[in-house]
Design a protein around this ligand. Structure first.
Ligand SMILES: *Cc1c(COP(=O)(O)O)cnc(C)c1O
Length: 230
């Protein structure tokens, strides 16, 4: 969490700058200014940093761990009922209950067992967070996500078997490679599968993601500064 030695990060200015860059990238691609949602990734950052973003008007946030979100967000949500919290990190099946309770969107559905567990929890809790399927867009052996070729069958199972509210696809392209072809591939996969939302692009490459058709960009460092050790 924030330590006294942490240099002050001007979160309001960073948000304004990222938002302006998104708007410019959208305009350059001939897209409407409101067609991209900024998911401010607050993982490892403490509540004071999140409050600064809320005060600057940011309402959509991303966390990558259920436990960390549970510690940080219930109190903030009580004060800001209009905020939207996305789970962007790997989800263990045994945390499906907490994930459904805590998040408005779950971006990392990457295997049949998890889809089944989430469906069960949604029925039990009467709550249906928006679901994104995570795609292993670079076919990397060590990486989570559904292989691109398997996406149609997995989507069909999520929709027809589990009745999950699938709204989007999400990816993290291979590290160190030009992300553009991967972004374009994910957008194309979403189009072909009639999935309206596409979550891709981080601090280093969100403008390229917007150019390729991202509806959600997940930006942490460019807003909150370097990640804190927690
Ligand atoms: C941490 C994280 C981000 C944000 O990364 P930055 O480089 O800090 O912008 C985006 N997506 C996922 C899945 C992440 O884990």
């Amino acid at each position: 969490m924030d330590r006294p030695s942490t240099p002050p990060t001007d979160i309001r200015a960073n948000l304004a700058s990222v938002t302006a860059r998104i708007a410019r990238a959208a305009a350059a691609a001939g897209r409407a200014p409101g067609s991209v949602t900024l998911v401010a990734v607050s993982k490892t950052h403490g509540v004071p940093s999140i409050r600064a973003a809320l005060e600057a008007g940011q309402r959509c946030f991303g966390e990558n761990r259920v436990q960390e979100a549970r510690a940080k967000w219930p109190a903030l949500r009580a004060q800001h009922p209009d905020l939207e919290l996305h789970l962007i990190g790997p989800l263990q099946t045994n945390k499906a209950r907490d994930a459904v309770a805590l998040f408005d969107a779950i971006e990392t559905i990457d295997r049949p067992k998890l889809a089944a567990a989430l469906a069960r929890e949604m029925a039990l809790q009467g709550k249906r967070p928006n679901c994104f399927v995570e795609v292993n867009i670079g076919n990397e052996p060590q990486k989570a996500g559904i292989a691109p070729d398997d996406v149609p069958a997995f989507l069909a199972a999520c929709r027809e078997l589990h009745r999950l509210p699938i709204v989007g696809l999400m990816c993290i392209p291979p590290l160190g490679a030009d992300p553009r072809p991967y972004f374009e591939r994910l957008a194309e996969l979403a189009r072909r599968s009639s999935v309206p939302l596409v979550s891709m692009g981080m601090s280093e490459d969100f403008e390229a993601a917007v150019a390729a058709g991202a509806t959600h960009v997940r930006v942490g460092t460019a807003i909150f500064g370097a990640r804190q050790n927690i």
